[in-house]
Design a protein around this ligand. Structure first.
Ligand code: COA
Length: 183
């Protein structure tokens, strides 16, 4: 069976050296609004959403679905890391049937430049490799989104394709878990 519906969700919170990855909670709502309203965060993601619209539309507990991790630093949310089903209609495939799990990440600008995104994404990929052994993960980012492209390479993604989408050149890459060693 493929698809994230086969996960046991949520997993127990994942602790890294500096961060906690966990399911979202009501107390994260303000940070979710901040993430979606931020022009810096959405510079390569189609532009920010109006804050008043977000205040009305964002649910009491935002992002509570399988594959959405809130990333917490010192007890407060600094971003999200997601492992979700990629829309099979979009360009970029890792399998002929288009079934594919995709990594996404968004961090508040004050949390950039400290390696938090890399630390959180690596932990999420480790979790995925254990939950779905052998399965690859896709990632799509605008070529112009330099910090995101650097992060993708740092995490071990390799280029599969480049294509034009949303009026910009996109980099589509794959991450494959290291096969377990059988002596
Ligand atoms: C993409 C994004 C998550 C990258 O954030 P980031 O903080 O640059 O990424 P990293 O966690 O890899 O941190 C890297 C930086 O931290 C620095 N750093 C500082 N301390 C560090 C540490 N202890 N460990 C590792 N890196 C550290 C690195 O030197 C690097 O800085 P540099 O690029 O100036 O050399 C962030 O720019 C973002 O949220 N963008 C908006 C959303 C977005 O575009 N998402 C992509 C969707 S496809």
């Amino acid at each position: 069976m493929t698809g994230l519906s086969s996960f046991i969700w949520p997993p127990a919170p994942i602790r890294t050296a500096r961060l906690v990855l966990r399911e979202s909670e009501a107390r994260d709502r303000a940070a979710f609004v901040e993430l979606f309203a931020s022009p810096e965060v959405h510079a390569y993601l189609g532009g920010p959403h109006p804050r008043d619209e977000l205040e009305r539309a964002v649910p009491e507990v935002p992002g509570r679905r399988p594959g959405v991790f809130v990333v917490e630093l010192d007890g407060a949310m600094i971003g999200t890391v997601t492992l979700e089903q990629r829309d099979a209609e979009r360009p970029g495939r890792l399998r002929p049937d288009g079934d594919c799990t995709e990594l996404g990440y968004m961090f508040l600008p004050e949390a950039w430049g400290s390696g938090y995104a890399a630390e959180a994404c690596a932990a999420a990929l480790d979790w995925f490799a254990a939950a779905r052994p052998g399965e690859p993960v896709a990632l799509c980012t605008q070529v112009a989104n330099v910090p995101s492209a650097r992060l993708a390479l740092k995490l071990g993604f390799t280029e599969v394709a480049r294509f034009e989408e949303f009026g910009a050149e996109q980099w589509f890459g794959a991450w494959r878990p290291i096969a377990p060693h059988h002596p």
